[in-house]
Each structure stands twice: as C-alpha cells, then as structure tokens.
Design a binder for this molecule. Structure first.
Ligand SMILES: NC(=O)C[C@H](N)C(=O)O
Length: 353
C-alpha cells in the first residue's frame, strides 16, 4: 500500500514538473487552435485572398517567440476550419476539453485561436458552459499569417498575456483583439475586413492589453462560466434553433419552413425594438402555442429588445432577448432548451446571462 502511494506521488510530481525547456516560475498556458485567418495563408502578401485554417498551432507559436517569456506554452489542434464552418460539435469539443484542462493544477490559463466570423459566438457558448475561474481567452486575426502587417501574432501574444495574468481570473470568457479585451458576451464583429472590427456596441471593452500588460476597467455582472446552470458534459448535440431575419414585408412562409424543418426554437432578428411584420406575428402566435420557443432579438446591431414594449410578448408568447444580438440569443436559447420549455423561465435566463 505504502509503495503504491509513493508511486502515485512520484508519478503526480512527474506529471506536474515543468517539461524540458520550461520555466517553473512562469504560468502554464495551453493554446487550443481551431483554424481561422490567424492560421490562414495566401499567395500574395498584399492581396486579401487566402485560405483560412492552413497553418498548424506550432507555426503560430513560432511566430511569437516573445510569448515564451510570458508563459510556458503548449498547443493542441482542436480543429482547422474557417470559422464560417464552425459548428456545434466543435463547440462541445472545446467546452469538454477546456473543462478538463481547467481542472489541472498545471494549467493556469487557456487561449483559443479562432476565425473571427463566429469568434463571438464560440466565446459566448464557452462563457455559458465552461466551469472555471481560470482565464479563457479567444484570439483571431483579420489578416492572414502571410499578409503584410499580419495582426495575428500580436493578437496571439496579447491573448497569452491576458491568459497568463492573474487579474484576468473570474471575468468570464474573454476576447482579446486589437489591443482591447472584451467580454465574450458583449463582443461582436462589426466590419467585414478591418482590424478594428471587434466592438462591444452596448457595453464597450472590459480592458486593454498593451506592452505586455493588462489593465481592466470593468467587470461582467451577468452570470458566467462557473456561475451558470448549463452543463454540457454529457451533451452530444444541441437543440435545433434557427434565426429568421426581419425586414419590411417579411415573407411569413419563412416561419412555416423553419417549423417544417423541425426547429425547437426560432430567434427573430426583428426590426427596430425587435418588432415583427404582422403576418409573421400571426404565425408566431400560433407556433408558440405549439411549444416552439420564439425569441425576439433585433437587426440594428445595438440596443436592448424590451419586454412588452411595442410588441406584446404576453399575447404572442415570445421572449425578449434583452441586449443579445440574434446569434448570441440563439446560443442562449439552445442551452436554455436543454433545461426547460417554460417561456417564463427562459425569459428569466435572458435577464440573467
Ligand atoms: N478573419 C477571419 O478569421 C475570417 C475567416 N473567414 C474565419 O472566420 O475563419
């Protein structure tokens, strides 16, 4: 028995010891790579054409040797896709892996390299499903790794600086882009090509990362990570929820098509304060009675959708998204539907998360 205990102790010490070339005084940061433009490569350094997700994580890390002075680094390739191809299975794989890594005493922070198209969505999914106070930080790039003035290396370096910093703990999942640190809840891509594309239109950034230093100015109040009720540890797929875009003269047949396709929920990117075209309203009133959850978000890009304001949620059986944009409202609705179909409870979640 004593020998077994000694063996166990020795093997634990061996597992926790710094690997060769690692510095025991530095924090340990794991980089989970998923592809994106940050790993993209193109023929011309001055053109905008490239293929996302080409380079492996080791190449990205080799481009920022300075980061090895900040933390001991270890990379894992989780996926190699442009984030336009991001899907539930990668989200679940990431959440499962982060939850495993975060429990280890030899992991102090986690960085995820990601395409920018859906970086905010993945971030929000993780914000609601990873159970840790350790820093989890997403980074990406708007210019491919082979472009002149590629923004990936500095964003990756900054992401590692944020993940290695103790003051980043318990702030939910973070997104470090273009010198700013955002909450994954609030951040969204606002420009198709510009390096300053990431903004948090309703709240602004939480802090800045510059010169290898982190400065936070704000803290997230909404529930996140270890505070959430969502547990995907045994989940292999997410409820089917789709987004319907509102516009003048919206074709109500779109609602029917989604219902026919078997959706459990619909998020409407409504006009103005999440308002719906009259014939869409009629259809929505019917389908909420059939048990399909309908959330009203908005297409404006900022602001809140208020409960029972211009649109009568009580009469329609709809849920107001508060200030979540349609793609983030979709994620919260997917997770909510894993727990309940009760509209009132789901509405409460939209004010909590
Ligand atoms: N800048 C980027 O990363 C865009 C790319 N389409 C992606 O999301 O993977």
């Amino acid at each position: 028995m004593k020998n077994v205990l000694l063996l166990l102790l020795a093997s634990t010490c061996w597992m926790l010891r710094p690997a060769r070339g690692q510095n025991a005084n530095l924090p340990n940061v794991v980089i989970l790579a998923t592809g994106g433009t940050i790993a993209g490569a193109g023929e011309s350094s001055v053109g905008t054409a490239y293929t996302a997700g080409k380079l492996p994580i080791d190449d990205l890390l080799n481009a920022v040797p300075e980061a090895r002075k900040i933390a001991n680094l270890r990379g894992e390739q989780v996926a190699s896709v442009g984030s336009q191809a991001m899907h539930d299975s990668v989200w679940l794989k990431l959440a499962h892996r982060i939850n495993e890594l975060a429990q280890r005493s030899d992991v102090d922070g986690i960085v995820i390299t990601h395409g920018t198209d859906t970086e905010g969505e993945t971030g929000f999914f993780l914000q609601l499903t990873v159970k840790t106070t350790k820093p989890v930080v997403l980074v990406g790039a708007m210019r491919s790794a082979t472009a002149l003035s590629a923004d990936g290396p500095l964003n990756l370096y900054n992401g590692i600086v944020v993940a290695a910093n103790k003051t980043s703990a318990d702030r939910g999942v973070l997104v470090a882009m273009n010198d700013y640190i955002y909450s994954a809840r609030d951040v969204t891509k606002t420009n198709t090509t510009n390096v300053s594309t990431f903004q948090a239109p309703n709240t602004g950034p939480l802090g800045v990362v510059m010169d290898g230093k982190v400065e936070f100015y704000h803290r997230i109040i909404r529930k996140h990570t270890h505070q959430t009720e969502f547990d995907v540890s045994k989940v292999n797929s997410l409820p089917k929820v789709d987004i319907l875009y509102g516009y003048a003269n919206t074709n109500p047949v779109l609602v029917d098509a989604l219902v026919k396709d078997g959706v459990q929920g619909i998020v409407i990117a409504g006009v103005g304060n999440g308002n719906l075209y009259p014939t869409v309203e009629e259809r929505v009133k019917k389908i909420t009675r059939q048990g399909i959850a309908v959330v009203r978000s908005n297409r404006t890009g900022s602001g809140r959708v208020l409960l029972n304001a211009e649109t009568d949620d009580t009469a329609l059986g709809t849920i107001a998204a508060d200030d979540l944009n349609p793609q983030k409202a979709r994620i919260l609705l997917q997770l909510a539907l894993l727990k309940t179909k009760d509209t009132k409870k789901i509405q409460e979640m939209f004010f909590e998360y």
